[in-house]
Design a protein around this ligand. Structure first.
Ligand SMILES: Nc1ncnc2c1ncn2[C@@H]1O[C@H](COP(=O)(O)OP(=O)(O)OP(=O)(O)O)[C@@H](O)[C@H]1O
Ligand SMILES: Nc1nc2c(c(=O)[nH]1)N[C@H]1C(S)=C(S)[C@@H](COP(=O)(O)O)O[C@H]1N2
Length: 164
């Protein structure tokens, strides 16, 4: 089954056109390579309401299966992506965010500073990645292999979990 995906870049500078978004396109390309049909991509400022509205719309109206956000997961006052995601989801999937931080720690101790989360809204999965392209590459490496199976389980597939 081909799942749909949406990529949401959260960046004040990106939204103002002050810096080219290279993180979002990186995610888009990686998801397409993984077999996803990327049907949505947007850049938003670090605005809680705007982020929440898009997350809800992309799941509830567009029925997008997977939403990957990048940016706004740090400690600065404007970083609100985790809070907006928390408001959008019904069930958290802590293991995905933990795996992202664990992988990140292999590359930089600063990886502990991403507050990103992951969770389920209806039958869709929302995952927060940090904003830098380097962080995106490092994070995608660890989560891409599980995304299709995760979505099959979310949608109630009786498929057995991998027995490695
Ligand atoms: N979407 C992006 N595309 C390319 N580089 C990015 C992107 N988001 C972040 N970066 C890089 O990662 C660094 C740290 O990200 P951070 O979210 O702190 O950016 P910022 O510039 O402080 O905030 P904002 O992106 O919201 O304006 C940035 O300085 C930038 O070099
Ligand atoms: N794998 C990985 N994770 C990472 C980083 C990184 O370089 N590699 N950068 C860290 C830094 S410096 C910050 S500030 C946090 C939050 O980044 P964000 O505010 O752009 O989301 O991500 C962290 N996670």
């Amino acid at each position: 089954m081909v799942f749909t995906a949406g990529v949401l870049t959260l960046s004040d500078k990106g939204a103002l056109g002050e810096r080219e978004d290279t993180a979002g396109p990186l995610i888009k390309e990686a998801l397409q390579k993984e077999g996803f049909d990327v049907v949505a991509y947007r850049i938003l400022p670090d605005d809680y309401e705007e982020i929440l509205v898009v997350l809800v719309d992309w799941v509830d109206r567009k029925g997008i299966d997977l939403i990957v956000t990048t940016g706004g997961t740090g400690l600065s006052p404007r970083d609100v992506t985790p809070e907006a995601t928390k408001a959008a989801i019904e069930k958290e999937v802590p293991g995905i965010a933990e795996a992202i931080r664990m992988e990140g720690m292999k590359h930089t101790p600063y990886a502990m500073l991403t507050r990103g989360i992951a969770g389920i809204r209806r039958q869709s999965l929302i995952i927060n990645l940090p904003g830098s392209p380097k962080a995106v590459e490092e994070s995608l490496g660890v989560i891409l292999p599980v995304l299709n199976h995760a979505l099959e389980k979310i949608k109630g597939s009786p498929k057995e979990c991998a027995r490695n």
